[in-house]
Design a protein around this ligand. Structure first.
Ligand code: NAD
Length: 420
């Protein structure tokens, strides 16, 4: 039997042990909670790191864009002449983001005028005029000329219209609307604001000509229901509208009948003979000649055309004027020349004749020489070399950007959706 004092001692010891055990348990609990907290913190830190790097991934391209924007603010523009208020004109160029329109815009801008480009980017592109974006004399408006336009201008160069067969045949109704309603709208604008309007007409108004070379008083030989009619007849009626506005409303008009033109910023794959041959030669493909190749064409370099357009606009000549290079070549000669300039071993391949393909086309430019003092000055080979250089760069650009624009096919099936 244990004595009373011994029992008390034993219970005191077991209480202390209990306390000790409780203390240890408490410590273990606190340690485990702490461990969990530390663990959660490191998971959270890892998560934060991942989020941060994701944000970084998203932000980096934005930073790049800001850097580009900053660069564009400090962009160096091509040199621009200073013109006094009296000489500086407000000029509208419809179709100004296209091939000819963008070169015309360059000239007008460099001459010191204020230029507004209006384009629906059907065949034009911003890249053609991007070097002017931000310049105080320049404005770019995304607008379809089939809709009315209300701006204040002194001169209108009306170029808006698809110009190459695959493009104008892609949507013939739209081509007709652009050349008819679009031209009416621009003539209406010219009337409202008292501006002079120059229409970019075409040698296609002569159709498959029976006289050679074509003078301005030749009325033409056009098939009104053929595949080219939407363009040829569209331009013919556009000319008619110009002279109706001149006679009835006193609008000052100028009409340029433009013959085949080539140069940098032509469309890739636009189906016209120059771009076709150059692209085929650069890609080592056969140069395709439709028919025997004995059809003739005369080609002018784009800077010659632009000088002619500006001379005509600022002249007193209100009747139509041919602008083209009278140096005539057969399609076959042309294919051979390009083949030699590109310098590779492409073959020439003959295909069956295209429908309504004009057999002869050569401008008579006596009127332009006499009344505008204008004639083409750029030799064919020099112009071709510049065009070849441009197409080579374009092919490289496309390869680097993995972007190959497909030529827009001519409409074949009925009922296909398209934007009129
Ligand atoms: N390049 C030539 O050899 C040639 C020959 C004869 C006539 N032309 C005439 O010269 C003008 C320019 O031809 P281009 O070779 O520069 O052609 P392009 O296709 O490069 O330029 C035409 C421009 O007009 C724009 N456009 C078309 N429809 C429009 C619309 N409804 N509203 C607003 N913009 C529209 C296009 O987007 C494009 O920028 C055309 O009127 C064409 O008929 C050109």
């Amino acid at each position: 039997m244990l004595s009373q004092p011994l029992l008390r001692l034993a219970s005191a010891v077991s209480r202390r042990r209990m306390k000790l055990l409780l203390g240890i348990a408490l410590l273990a609990y606190v340690a485990s909670v702490w461990g969990n907290l530390v663990n959660m913190r490191s998971i959270q830190e890892n998560g934060e790191l991942r989020i941060e790097s994701r944000i970084e991934e998203i932000i980096e391209p934005l930073r790049e864009k800001i850097r580009d924007l900053e660069k564009s603010f400090t962009q160096k523009y091509p040199p621009v002449k200073f013109l006094s208020e009296k000489d500086r004109k407000r000029i509208l160029v419809t179709g100004g983001a296209g091939f000819v329109g963008s070169h015309l815009t360059d000239k007008l801008m460099m001459d010191g005028h204020e230029v507004t480009v209006v384009d629906n980017f059907f065949t034009g592109r911003k890249r053609n005029v991007e070097h002017w974006i931000g310049h105080e004399n320049f404005e770019l408006i995304n607008h379809d000329v089939v809709e009315p336009l209300y701006i204040e201008v002194d001169q209108i160069y009306h170029l808006a219209s698809p110009a190459s067969p695959p493009n104008y045949m892609y949507n013939p109704i739209k081509t007709l609307k652009t050349n008819t309603i679009g031209t009416l709208n621009m003539l209406g604008l010219a009337k409202r604001v008292g501006a002079r309007l120059l229409l970019a007409s075409t040698s296609e108004v002569y159709g498959d000509p029976e006289v050679h070379p074509q003078t301005e008083d030749y009325w033409g030989h056009v098939n009104p229901i053929g595949p080219r009619a939407c363009y040829d007849e569209g331009k013919r009626v556009a000319e008619t509208m110009c002279y109706a506005y001149m006679k009835q409303e006193g609008v000052e008009v100028r009409v340029a009948r433009i013959f085949n033109t080539f140069g940098p910023r032509m469309h890739m794959n636009d189906g016209r003979v120059v771009s076709n041959f150059i692209l085929q030669a650069l890609q080592g493909e056969p140069l395709t000649v439709y028919g025997s190749g004995s059809q003739t064409r005369a080609f002018q370099y784009v800077s010659d055309l632009v000088n002619g357009l500006v001379a005509l606009m600022n002249s007193n000549v209100s009747s139509p004027v041919n602008l083209g290079n009278p140096e005539e070549h057969t399609i076959l000669e042309f294919a051979q020349l390009i083949k030699n300039l590109v310098g590779d071993g492409s073959e020439i391949q003959f295909l069956s004749e295209a429908q309504d393909d004009p057999q002869k086309r050569k401008p008579d430019i006596k009127k332009a020489k006499l009344m505008l003092g204008w004639e083409p000055v750029v030799p064919l080979e020099e112009g071709l070399n510049k065009a070849i250089h441009y197409f080579r760069k374009e092919l490289e650009y496309q390869a680097n950007n993995q972007y190959i624009p497909k030529p827009k096919p001519a409409r074949i099936k009925k009922g296909r959706t398209r934007h009129n």
